[in-house]
Write a protein that binds this ligand. Structure first.
Ligand SMILES: [Fe+2]
Ligand SMILES: [Fe+2]
Length: 359
């Protein structure tokens, strides 16, 4: 069934266009690449993978709890409404909440695909264009993987949330090339990494674990790309220019925190007004919203957008503790976890292929 017939809520039939005044720039220096970026480009070339074969799509999801997530992660689990729901309704809630999350992953990946291809055009240096070209392919693969997971294993798809749409629109419409990096590589991909990690590490379904682990392996490189590009640039900006970037970070983080409430699901399931405030205010949601910044805060510090104003904003969001995380160690761990999934798969295949012992 086409995606258009699966949307749980109305969606524009003709898509969404974002106007832009972004300039495409040619670079005539072909030889003078930065070693770190060229190394990252080489790694990206060597780690291209095929979503059709690396992931075991024969694995099934449980209709009562597709990803096999702990119910304590549901925003409504502490409410009287949840206590009253029967098994069928609870299964419906789990399925819709998970489909809503996956839908945002899918739409966000499409946004990343558009931004990565834009970076090919607008990055001023050839090494960055090379890297962005590999990222563009990565993002197409991520769209493919999440789309297949959603279409083959779930019944419904949700439209893009207003919060994600607004942030993507801002990034795509801005004419300053570094806003592509800052908005996508640091903010949206940082947010995505924290969300993917939750499913990679907490979902008990192996298909869901695989998809998120392999996507994270690529995303870790994308964040590294943004760090390298912006760490070079931001010290050269004027105080005023840097303050503009810092305000963008603060506003975007506040908006992401406030709009991460899955309100569309509660409205669609008919729980609406009675539940929306509870879900926003539950301890589960507060803890999850704080964790969303675990991948963003250390990178923002690392690229030099670390004025007292930015630090105060993260203190207010109760996310300042993440500033001391070692980004390189965390990104290396993402790489290692994906390789461990490969190793498990190879062992399982070798066992399956071994001849049966003689009777
Ligand atoms: Fe991606
Ligand atoms: Fe990415």
């Amino acid at each position: 069934m086409t995606t258009m017939f699966r949307y749980a809520l109305p969606v524009e039939q003709t898509g969404w266009q974002v106007g832009t005044e972004m300039q495409a720039s040619f670079a005539w220096e072909y030889e003078d690449g930065r070693a770190k970026l060229l190394n990252l480009y080489d790694t990206a070339k060597q780690h291209q993978w095929d979503a059709a074969t690396r992931i075991d799509w024969s694995l099934d999801l449980d209709p009562a709890n597709p990803m096999r997530m702990d119910d304590r992660g549901l925003a409504i689990v502490e409410t009287p409404l949840w206590a009253k729901l029967g098994a069928e309704d609870r299964a419906r809630v789990r399925s819709h909440v998970q489909a809503h999350t996956l839908s945002q992953f899918l739409h966000g990946e499409q946004g990343a695909l558009l931004v990565a291809s834009r970076l090919v055009q607008c990055a001023p240096q050839m090494d960055a264009k090379f890297y962005a070209a590999t990222q563009t392919m990565d993002e197409a693969r991520h769209v493919e993987a999440y789309s297949r997971l959603l279409h083959e294993k779930f019944d419904v798809v949700y439209p893009i949330t207003p919060g994600l749409r607004s942030l993507l629109g801002q990034i795509l419409a801005d004419s300053r090339w570094d806003f592509c990096y800052l908005g996508m590589q640091v903010l949206i991909e940082g947010l995505a990494l924290a969300a993917f990690q939750r499913y990679r590490d907490s979902a008990q379904n192996p298909l869901v674990q695989q998809v998120n682990a392999y996507v994270m392996q690529d995303e870790a490189r994308h964040v590294a790309f943004g760090r390298i590009a912006l760490r070079d640039l931001y010290p050269q900006l004027t105080d005023l220019e840097r303050a503009e970037r810092e305000d963008f970070v603060i506003d975007a983080c506040r908006a992401m925190r406030d709009r991460f409430d899955q309100r569309e699901v509660w409205d669609n399931l008919g729980f609406g007004d009675a539940l929306a405030d509870t879900a926003v205010g539950s301890e589960t949601m507060k803890a999850f919203r704080r964790r969303l910044f675990s991948r963003i805060v250390p990178v923002v510090r690392d690229i030099g957008l670390w004025s007292p104003k930015v630090q105060q904003a993260f203190i207010d969001m109760q996310a300042i503790e993440y500033a001391d995380i070692d980004v390189d160690t965390m990104l290396a761990a993402d790489q290692r976890v994906a390789e461990e999934f490969d190793a498990q798969r190879h062992v399982a295949e070798a066992i399956a292929a071994a001849p049966a012992p003689a009777q």
